[in-house]
Design a protein around this ligand. Structure first.
Ligand code: ZN
Ligand code: ZN
Length: 251
């Protein structure tokens, strides 16, 4: 299966990256709806989408206001937004408040619990998602996605530590897409803002014995990927890459 990185930064877009959004085209599964979701129409392979939100922060949800050109007012009901009750409430009442957005789209909203079924992939198999809580101001949830023979997890907006209790939730998966907003050595800032440093994320990948680690939600103020010391991180976990917009990953 293939995952397309529609947006790979957080906070705000920069010249090279849009904010958090991932797409599994063959299943119509979208993980987060940051500014990168404006690219959706060019990559979508289904006539409907299921959008799963990690949390309500604007860098993960603002793109829900961008889907008119992809679906149009007559087909808004082909968009289903899955999120916790609190996030659904925040999106409906704040993001789509009449003073902010003129006509609330007719999306379907579904409350996301501990697990749910995922749409069929190209092989015709349904998948499953299991969710787990992450430590972040306002809360966030991590997601583990499985189709027969294909497993991945998306862990964003949290502070990775050696004691992270979600390590068991992602054990043994093929692909871990984990945020590392900061290079190693910014632990105080990471703790303050609820984000992760690369060295800690590499150690999580090693502890969970995942197949590969792709780092996303890269600080938009970093001007080049070399700001991340991959050599050092690879001493903890060798199979690491830094995501960039429109990167396609097989899992
Ligand atoms: Zn974020
Ligand atoms: Zn956040």
């Amino acid at each position: 299966m293939q995952l397309i990185c529609l947006g790979t930064t957080g906070f705000h877009p920069n010249a090279r990256r849009h904010t958090a959004s991932l797409l599994i085209p063959e299943a119509g599964v979208v993980l987060d709806a940051g500014t990168g979701i404006f690219r959706l129409a060019d990559y979508l392979a289904t006539d409907r989408i299921d959008v799963f939100l990690s949390h309500a922060h604007l860098d993960h949800t603002i793109g829900l206001t961008y889907l008119l050109e992809t679906f149009g007012v007559d087909a808004y009901d082909r968009v289903t937004i899955h999120a916790t009750a609190e996030v659904v409430h925040a999106v409906r009442t704040h993001l789509f408040a009449p003073a902010l957005f003129p006509v609330a789209p007719g999306y379907q909203f579904k409350q996301l619990g501990d697990s749910c079924e995922l749409p069929r992939n190209a092989a015709g198999d349904f998948g499953t998602m299991t969710t787990f809580s992450l430590k972040h101001p306002g809360g966030s949830i991590g997601m583990r996605l499985e189709w027969p023979g294909h497993t991945m997890a998306y862990v964003t907006d949290t502070t990775a530590t050696d004691a992270a209790d979600y390590i068991e939730s992602i054990r043994g998966i093929d692909l871990l897409v984990h945020e590392a907003n900061f290079p190693a050595g910014h632990d105080e800032l990471a703790e303050l803002t609820g984000h992760s440093c690369l060295d800690k994320v590499a150690r999580i990948a090693a502890a969970a014995d995942v197949g590969q680690l792709v780092v996303t939600h890269v600080d938009p103020l970093l001007t080049k990927d070399e700001d991340f010391d991959l050599h050092e991180a690879r001493s903890a976990f060798p199979n690491i890459s830094i995501a960039h917009d429109l990167l396609a990953i097989e899992f």
